[in-house]
Ligand binder design. Sequence first.
Ligand SMILES: Cc1cc2nc3c(=O)[nH]c(=O)nc-3n(C[C@H](O)[C@H](O)[C@H](O)COP(=O)(O)O)c2cc1C
Ligand code: SF4
Length: 679
Amino acid sequence: MTNDPLLQPYQLKHLTLRNRIMSTAHEPAYSDDGLPKDRYRLYHVEKAKGGIALTMTAGSAIVGEDSPAAFGNLHAYRDEIVPWLRRLADECHEHGAAVMIQITHLGRRTNWNHSDWLPVLAPSPIREPAHRAFPKEAEDWDLDRIVGQYAEAAERKQAAGLDGIEIEAYGHFLDGFWSPATNRRDDDYSGSLDQRLRFTWRVLDAIRERVGPDFIVGMRMVADEDWDMGLSREEGVEIAQRLVASGQVDFLNLIRGHIEHDAQLAKVIPIQGMPAAPHLDFCGEVREATKFPVFHAARIADVATARHAVAAGKLDMVGMTRAHIADPHIARKVMEGHEAEIRPCVGATYCLDRIYEGHEALCIHNPATGREATMPHVVTRAEGPAKRVVIVGAGPAGLEAARVCGERGHGVVLFEAASDPGGQVRLAARSRRRSELIGIADWRAERCTALGVDMRFNLLAAADEVRALDPEVVIVATGGLPNTDFLNAGDDLVATSWDILTGDAKIAEDVLLFDDNGGHPGMQAAETIAAAGAKLEIVTPERYFAPEMGGLNHVAYAQAFQPQGATITINRRLTAVRRQGNQLAATIGSDYGDWSEERLVDQVVVEHGTLPLDDLYFELKEESVNRGAVDYRALIAGRPQTVRANPDGRFQLFRIGDAVSSRNIHAAIYDALRLLKDL
Ligand SMILES: Cc1cc2nc3c(=O)[nH]c(=O)nc-3n(C[C@H](O)[C@H](O)[C@H](O)COP(=O)(O)O)c2cc1C
Ligand code: SF4
């Protein structure tokens, strides 16, 4: 029996949780027609296989049609959900994990212009900036209906064989009554704390009436909105104490802060560059004040912090939610003594930002997450003979290729022109705020070392070096270089975002940055320029700036630009640059008419993606058996590549990542995994 605090079982009523590690509710938008079908199930089952004690399914499964889904939320109000949830629960149970679900009425945290086109409802008609709906104030008949919806939803979850439910109470309908910021009613659901809790008691009573006293019911609740006009800590803790005293709930899953807009949401769900575990002490204090089971998650991404949270008595169950999106096998690796092999969550929050942009949650560096049907989390050893594999380029794509081929048991040589692995990840990680990104490269480099990959740095491999190794498979992962080709004139006068990030270009006093990519590289260069105290204008042809980046990542940039008074100009396109005296004259046009003007600045910085470094690929192409071709159907289906266009060829040749076209880290790593997992 281990004495690791994190691995001690936890008794919650009749339920024994096998350790202290859980994944808190999060909707990854894997639902299909509001139901948790195969993709959803496999995602949770993977965590169960990985040793997690409790997986809280759904994020905000909606209790009624009048709470329209915000991002693929499960439909807790439909009977069809029961068999799907039962199957999910059964399979997780087979692997020893407990399964619960979070249910909610989203209140004003959603929108009305889809689904059944019902008005958004809230305790008071106050707009939530994040979702931009102007809600209707809920009437008595709305409240009666919603109480019934909660009870029916809870009963369905019990019927599905789940171990319990959790009621969401931060930023949604239920807690909307608690907070003075969102409850401006003039009836007996407003005013004193007793009155503001009236709706909560109605919901809990109705749920208990349906599910009985034994079924586990928890509350994921805000216990301090940390907001001058919101719920105070004093009242929040009192609500927690009253809930405990009521005997109606079995655990508290604590939140501190409010989620009115992205800047506040980022304090509740901190991203990279923000402090780790910022609310842990607060949770410990509430645990002390209530003497009740306390769960919590907020950037507890590493095992050491999680262990401390339990050992120091701050939490009973530690939520490591994004950490499991990055690696669903955390508990197993801890149990097996392979903690160092855990793929780190680097806090990039690509996962969460994607759902707010209408996509599904994906991890920036684990492409198997959410793709369990086709992509392995654990790459197994190949059964056939080991192959000689040569990989050129140790950016994220090349490193992943080397790792995967190493796991398959092949003999791998990895060439890299620079002195260290990482490529563009290393560049991005140069900013202190994003330095954790280096974990993407470091984790792979460590795995490669352990797997015996022969990594050769400071070596610009040409075709002869590759041929000399007589490879059976060649992977060109040489990345790209900044593209300045798009200007009509003056591309030799501009600096690139890379020049700013590397420090190769000295930042001038008055800088115009043209971002025609819309993601991190341009914004990160802009952040660096702003931090240097320069006068900065960001120009973009888009309708809004940095459209490829989600809301939570946007926060830090917006915060960085404000103190320097950076100007952001949308709907304008840089077309040419010429020298004028000591300065540069930038021609700015518009896609929306025949308009242009010149601006005089000290420096023009451009971000327009990269152009592939593909010389090596084209030099080797005719010598390869597949002439570089990829069978996309096989790739999509996760089948091996069998193209034999040139029977005289000596090796299979593939290029991956930005050596193909300018994309992102996830795309580069996914290229490598899906091409090579069956090699
Ligand atoms: C993709 C995604 C969706 C989320 N959706 C919800 C949700 O619907 N309800 C909820 O209470 N929390 C939601 N969360 C927040 C998580 O439960 C958790 O509080 C947050 O990720 C911080 O914990 P972590 O640092 O361990 O990831 C979501 C998180 C992610 C990453
Ligand atoms: S995208 Fe980033 S924050 Fe999200 S799970 Fe992956 S590493 Fe963690």
